[in-house]
Design a protein around this ligand. Sequence first.
Ligand SMILES: Cc1cc2nc3c(=O)[nH]c(=O)nc-3n(C[C@H](O)[C@H](O)[C@H](O)COP(=O)(O)OP(=O)(O)OC[C@H]3O[C@@H](n4cnc5c(N)ncnc54)[C@H](O)[C@@H]3O)c2cc1C
Length: 433
Amino acid sequence: MSAPLDVVVVGAGFAGLAATQALEAAGCRTALLEALERPGGRAETVIGADGSAWDAGAQFINGDMRRVLGLARRFGLGLVAAPVGGRSAVHAPGAGHAQVRLALAEAEAFEAAVIAGAGRVDDAASLADLVGAERLSPLGRSVIRSAIAELCCAAPEDVSAAWAAEGDARYGSDRDDVEFFLREGFGGLAAALAASLRSAPRLGTPVLGLGEGTGTVQVHTPRGTLVAAAVVLAVPMARAARLAPPSLPAEARAALAGFREGAVIKLALRYAEPFWRYGGFAGNLRSAALPGLWFGDTSTGEGGTLTALAGGPLARELAALPAEARISRIAAAAAEGFGVAAPPLLSCDERLWLDHPTLGGGYSGHRAAGAPSGAEAALTRLDGPIVFAGTDLAADFPGFVEGAIASGEAAAARVLGKLGGAPRARQGALLAA
Ligand SMILES: Cc1cc2nc3c(=O)[nH]c(=O)nc-3n(C[C@H](O)[C@H](O)[C@H](O)COP(=O)(O)OP(=O)(O)OC[C@H]3O[C@@H](n4cnc5c(N)ncnc54)[C@H](O)[C@@H]3O)c2cc1C
């Protein structure tokens, strides 16, 4: 029999790590359970043979992401500025400069219109419906649909327009999200945060389900059952429904059922030189020919690195190909898109983020078209001992690490409210299986 617990936190992504840190700081006895053998969730850094760090998941930081920047400062992680300067490009074989300029302007105006419409969009409408209702040039329409597939990691037909509008309105900055990277990567930040906790995360410990006792929650794992006064469920919302006990209120159940997970593939294409700059391009390229594909310049030293993100149906199509065919298709799109002779590809790292047993897929979940709006509010105002956290529910920067941290902190504050402030450990006990 081990010491009693106040709170069990499920999931050691940034939401779970931040919740645990805040709960420990308030004096709670906590256990943080993680299915994977590492903390960080969709933030993972791969260290190459030469010691270089590659962020296979989250990478970009914006100067208004104060929680991420605060943690980086606290743990002494370095910031690297993203390359700036140059023109944005569109991969649209045969299109002239004027068509490209018009398409980019239409995409910008569409985004502003979506944000302006937050709170006024019908729940039944999909983003495809919003695009269909606009007067746009053919290339503008293709660029916007491509941007949606990449940014939402899903087909425009499948994504709730109300969800997109609310999420865009909650992006807490008027600046681009690609301003800085962490020298040690987001995985380095997750590892530092995990190491700073009083009670180390229990890795390789998948939670199989939750049950409720009198004033307690039971957390079932292959290693036994933990009992605590409250549980923070910091897992992707599309997965949370599988863990919640039958006693969860119907409104919360309906809210969870509306979440879908997306699909995205990330690649780092490395060249001897940043060839796109010879054409005056910033490296920022949106493909109209391969809808869902985006490139950005992530070069940090000598040579040139292009990061590619392929989201939505394109990710699923590419995932079915052998790695070599997938990489050459994407590298060919970059060369064609910039219209500049590309030097040979020196190396490429890639990671497929789809249909993972505990991470799901995509940057975050999204609400399906037709799902009720207010799902996030329904899940964050629940009164019971189970509290939901995760970037899907963030009040600012949803879909980003900053949002995950914000939602973890907010979940911890709700738990403390329920437990009546800084609690003494009371009811929990570890029951050996
Ligand atoms: C390719 C890619 C690029 C991205 N780029 C950026 C970027 O540049 N900047 C940015 O800010 N964000 C980016 N993101 C988004 C960001 O990574 C996520 O939004 C954020 O990390 C989500 O954190 P979270 O804690 O909410 O969820 P997750 O990171 O998904 O954490 C949930 C955790 O719960 C665990 N879990 C699930 N089920 C169970 C269970 N039953 N038992 C125990 N544990 C369980 C999972 O294993 C996981 O570790 C990117 C994401 C991807 C995939």
